[in-house]
Write a new protein. Structure first.
Length: 464
């Protein structure tokens, strides 16, 4: 038997020396006998035998299985990602940095602006008016113009260098030219008006943004303005998807007992929306040898499997994890749909999330375990939790959290139908998932929401 956090297959006393994982496991650990591999890591009440919706899988029956409460499972996943070897920062061109986190401060490489510039189209003027106007104007992008003398003005464009000895910039709409070609102000001229002085925004060496800042389009613009061609960032986590199941078709209509694979098309873009680089999608069927080879040869930070997490005759995920000596961190979560999900550490710097085979249950596993883990790997901050009232009552599970697709209408969340474990019709129309506590939630009761990444940030941003 092995204690929680011990690598399966290790000798007695050969325990994990990783404090972060141990701390995470302590969140849900209760004093009890050491567990076998098949038992879930996590405390809380054991679901009674044959509870509604509960599975009794042979040797891992409901009364033996200790599933992890949903909030704690998410925290374990987030903390588990801190346990691996530190991922080296990388330098990438600005065009490739969107959505990544800065791994070093963004310090100004120059003064901004780097010279005095005009903030408006108009005239650069020297001394009090009226002014004689030079024949040739000053445009942006040109070399330093000749200095002005008192009583002299020159046409100037926005962003152009200010001539030396300029008093102010007179906007085009605030000046008039008389018949002798002299410029007169139509309102008072204030010294320094509409001039952006050198260093107004920052001085060379100033810290513009700190480590951990998410690279947005505005950050890219600031970095470019400050003189950067590349930025140092935390690299995207690499994810590999292993599609299990002999019953899956990749094209055409379901027939002869076989069904279309919904997870193969859905998971890679969803993982990219969560910030991962999907390195491979492999279809393995129900082949234990192929699963073992795929996991042990993967160089990804996160391996995702679909199906095979229960104890059926062709469910090989648990036995494969045991064979490779993986540390099982979460084995079942008290959430519906998606109860038989799991999280394991397969190497020091690699984790595996086993998703249930039913499509909406797989989405639940993705948001419960994969999202927090990927977020931590990418050094992204956890989103601030928020709640909105329900427009109508939501039925709950007696013992487990429920995740229900909702749409947002005004200041309320409307639960959607077609929210069974095998259904995608509800989530396809949803803005978010409502986190319904055990026992359900009444109409008007505030309920936590999990945003879908494209609803929160915009589809064009998410899938770059």
């Amino acid at each position: 038997m092995t204690a929680p956090g011990t690598r399966v297959g290790a000798s007695a006393g050969d325990t994990d020396d990783d404090l972060d994982v141990e701390e995470a496991l302590a969140l849900v650990r209760e004093p009890r006998e050491p567990r076998e591999f098949g038992e879930g890591v996590g405390g809380g009440q054991t679901s009674p035998p044959n509870a509604p919706g509960e599975h009794a899988h042979g040797g891992r029956s409901a009364h033996q299985h200790r599933a992890t409460p949903w909030p704690q499972a998410r925290e374990i996943a987030a903390r588990a990602a801190r346990s691996g070897a530190r991922r080296a920062p990388v330098s990438v061109p600005l065009a490739d940095a969107l959505g990544l986190a800065l791994a070093s401060p963004l310090d100004a490489l120059t003064d901004l602006p780097s010279f005095d510039t005009s903030a408006m189209d108009g005239w650069a003027v020297a001394g009090p008016g009226p002014w004689d106007v030079r024949e040739e104007g000053v445009l942006a992008g040109h070399a330093q113009p000749e200095p002005l003398t008192d009583g002299e003005a020159v046409r100037i464009a926005t962003g152009a260098r200010i001539p030396a000895d300029t008093t102010a910039v007179l906007r085009s709409e605030h000046g008039r030219i008389d018949s002798q070609g002299r410029l007169h102000p139509t309102r008072e001229v204030v010294h320094g008006q509409d001039i952006r002085p050198r260093g107004q925004e920052c001085r060379s060496g100033d810290q513009l943004l700190s480590v951990g800042t998410l690279v947005t389009p505005a950050v890219l613009g600031l970095a470019a303005a400050a003189g950067y061609d590349t930025v140092t960032v935390v690299p995207r986590p690499r994810a590999e998807v292993l599609i299990l199941g002999d019953e899956l078709l990749t094209e055409g209509l379901p027939s002869e007992g076989r069904i279309r694979d919904a997870l193969g098309p859905m998971l890679p873009p969803w993982l990219r929306a969560l910030g991962a680089e999907v390195t491979a999608v492999r279809r393995l069927g129900d082949d234990a040898k192929a699963l073992y080879k795929a996991i042990t040869s993967s160089g990804a930070d996160l391996v995702i499997t679909t199906g095979g997490t229960a104890s059926g005759p062709v469910d090989h995920v648990h036995s494969t994890l045991e064979r490779i000596g993986a540390a099982l961190l979460v084995d079942g979560v008290k959430v519906r749909p998606g109860h038989p999900m799991l999280l394991a550490r397969t190497q020091q710097n690699q984790h595996l999330v086993g998703l249930p085979g039913n499509p909406l249950a797989a989405v639940s596993g993705l948001l419960t375990l994969a999202e927090p883990l990927l977020r931590t790997l990418a050094a992204h901050p956890a989103p601030e939790p928020y709640a909105v009232p329900l427009a109508e009552a939501a039925q709950g599970h007696p013992y487990d959290t429920r995740l229900i697709p909702v749409v947002l209408r005004g200041d309320a969340a409307v639960p959607l139908h077609y929210n069974g474990p095998a259904m995608l019709r509800g989530i396809a129309a949803a803005d978010a998932l409502a986190v319904v506590p055990p026992g359900g939630a009444q109409r008007g009761e505030e309920t936590e929401l999990l945003d879908l990444p494209w609803a929160a940030a915009g589809i064009e941003v998410c899938f770059t």
